[in-house]
Design a protein around this ligand. Structure first.
Ligand code: UD1
Ligand code: UDP
Length: 378
């Protein structure tokens, strides 16, 4: 059987890494394990749309996670939603017609995911959606549109939790839903140990934090970055936090989108302050160590909310909703939106949080489970 893996952005590379590793293992496995049906050989290929293309948003993850170079790179890059998705559709379709896979795997909620699912389903190629069933119930988010459409196009829906399965059932999707956990646990557990053994990474964290306690910040969501008022309010909150908690640093690996917008809105210089360390996006090992050692995480990222929960670091989410309610239910995360007072009060309340919650996203074997199910379904 032949499987096509379609990816394009930082989180997809990270969250598909355990699946790709398992496919690579099976590809090279001469006598397939008895747990697999009589399926002959397993082959796979990777299509990279290159939605993310900057070295530290793309190649660094293939290197650090030891992943094979994608067989196809579509060089799509940035653009408006329509243009970007259209270029992806055209490129993916061409490859799928040539390769004729039995199934394609997409992960998450980006434009790459929607393009992959749409191109494949029109060619009557089965679609497997990893991280199916997440819902913010907020159609202002491009990601929500991508998630809903992809789930309805998919043949195999790998829901991370029972809540995600319930969302799918509520939309009338009844078949081929598998609750399997989230591959982010695989990636986190597989890599945190590697990061902790790396002296250079320990040194990097120490140098950045000056050995002091610190808060870690990430920000890139369109509803925050593309709205001047929201972005200004978040910036003001960050500046106030840097004075109020002046013994702590705020470390901010900045997404290129956010840097561009902060400059456009003349907000970038407001963050120039000795307690705020703005750095370029970092590799996965560096980022995991920054998370693990943070006193608290402020973010609007999906994956970072999950990792905070897994690494037992309290999290403040700079959004009005989340498609990861499990993080809130277990007590790891709170929603504070972009409101300055709410952000500051949120920090105060979460700093009292001890971090003894359960990880709701599975056992770290999700990648293997997904491949096993898929191979037995096709
Ligand atoms: C995309 C996803 C979002 C995901 C995020 C992960 C969509 C609609 N959005 O958002 O769901 O959370 O990836 O990080 O698919 N840029 C660079 N270098 C890069 C990539 C982007 O400089 O390698 C800059 C460009 O100015 C670009 C902007 O960032 O216009 C936005 O990039 P884009 O891929 O459109 O969306 P993200 O904000 O990265
Ligand atoms: N990440 C990283 N370096 C950084 C910031 C984030 O490796 O400088 C990782 C992080 O560990 C997580 C993923 O990127 O696994 C999250 O990506 P992002 O926030 O861009 O996207 P989202 O999860 O919101 O879709």
């Amino acid at each position: 059987m032949k499987i096509g893996v379609i990816l394009g952005t930082r989180p997809e590379i990270i969250k598909l890494s355990s699946i790709i590793r398992e496919l690579e293992r099976l590809k090279n496995y001469k006598e397939l394990n008895s747990i697999y049906k009589d399926i002959g050989s397993i082959n796979y290929f990777i299509i990279h749309t290159n939605q993310h293309y900057s070295e530290n948003m793309d190649k660094i993850f293939f290197k650090e996670l030891n992943l094979p170079i994608p067989n196809y790179n579509l060089n799509v890059g940035s653009g408006s939603h329509g243009k970007q998705t259209a270029k992806m559709l055209e490129g993916i379709e061409e490859v799928l017609i040539k390769e004729k896979p039995d199934v394609v795997i997409v992960q998450g909620d980006t434009n790459t995911v929607l393009a992959g699912a749409l191109a494949a389903s029109k060619l009557k190629i089965k679609v497997a959606h990893v991280e199916a069933g997440l819902r913010s119930f907020d159609k202002n988010m491009p990601e929500e549109i991508n998630r809903v459409l992809t789930d309805h196009l998919s043949d195999y829906l790998f829901a991370p939790t029972d809540i995600a399965k319930e969302n799918l059932l509520n939309e009338g999707i009844k078949e081929k839903i598998f609750v399997v956990g989230n591959t982010i646990v695989d990636a986190t557990l597989q890599n945190i140990g590697i990061a902790e053994r790396r002296e250079d990474i320990k040194k990097f964290v120490k140098l950045l934090s000056n050995g002091d306690e610190y808060f870690l910040l990430t920000l890139h969501r369109a509803e925050n970055t593309d709205n001047r008022e929201r972005l200004k309010s978040i910036v003001e909150a960050i500046v106030e936090i840097s004075t109020k908690y002046d013994k702590n640093k705020i470390i901010f690996p900045i997404h290129p989108r956010t840097k561009k917008r902060l400059k456009e809105y003349n907000l970038f210089d407001k963050l120039k302050n000795e307690n705020i360390k703005i750095i370029k996006p970092v590799g996965y090992l560096e980022f995991l160590m920054l998370e693990k050692n943070a006193k608290l995480i402020l973010t609007d990222s999906g994956g970072v909310q999950e990792e905070a929960c897994i690494l037992k670091v309290p999290c403040i989410t700079l959004r009005d909703n989340t498609e990861r309610p499990e993080t809130i239910n277990v007590g790891c995360n709170i929603l504070v939106g972009a409101n300055k007072e709410k952000i500051i009060n949120g920090i105060e309340s979460m700093l009292k949080n001890a971090g003894n919650w359960e990880n709701p996203f599975g056992d770290g074997k999700t990648g293997k489970t997904i491949v096993k199910i898929l191979v037995n379904q096709i």
